[in-house]
Design a protein around this ligand. Sequence first.
Ligand code: ATP
Length: 244
Amino acid sequence: MSAPLLQVRGVSRWFGGLRAVDEVSFDLGADEIVGLIGPNGAGKTTLFETISGFIRPTKGAISFDGRDITGQPPHRLARLGIGRTFQIVQPFRDVSVLQNVIAGVLGPNRETADPPAEAMAVLTRVKLDHRAAALARNLSLPEKKRLEIARALATRPRLLLLDEVMAGLNPAEIDEIMVILADIRRGGIALLIVEHVMRAIMSLSDRIVVMANGRKIAEGLPAAVAADPAVIEAYLGRRHHGTA
Ligand SMILES: Nc1ncnc2c1ncn2[C@@H]1O[C@H](COP(=O)(O)OP(=O)(O)OP(=O)(O)O)[C@@H](O)[C@H]1O
């Protein structure tokens, strides 16, 4: 693994007496895809929100590119090169797909000669260039998911945090997103992916971090993690959704 781009060290987040995230540590390299999995309620979203700056950790430290970013707000993190998608897709509904992406292009990192051209290049990367003129609200769900990725990509992240971008998609649509994500990584962007679609996360990720009850219970290569008795036990003990 290359020198870590992201370092999560002993991060905890408590809600009253509930330890939603409990002393979790892991690294993510500059050219890596790391999958974050675990049964419902494991703490994945809470950890993701602490990394993306929407929730402050109760304890622990997070660094990005060697710089302490613990508790920094999302717009500062965006400027440093951390982009994210939202579980609930939230584009500007009544403007065009292209305008939505231009808004990202003109976001925090901004000096660009030709925002529309840059936005079109991003749309091409997510295979949505043919829908540039459509209103965002008229996109299908798989198109909206790709727009969500495009809006995050438009901020020129070095690390992209993806929150369930495959939820609700059929197997062919999932395959399409997998191709796009692999291409994004080849372009030099690291990915942290929270996802319930096991087939996709196991084949895309270089490494998997598994959480249950707020704690990291396993970390390693996808095949090793899938065979880990503690992981199997955590999943068998509960129901989880979306294994398409
Ligand atoms: N704002 C909050 N206030 C109180 N409890 C919370 C809050 N956010 C999350 N929790 C609790 O923290 C625990 C972890 O939730 P979290 O959403 O992080 O899990 P998750 O692994 O993302 O689950 P899922 O896969 O279902 O999205 C759960 O018990 C949840 O109810």
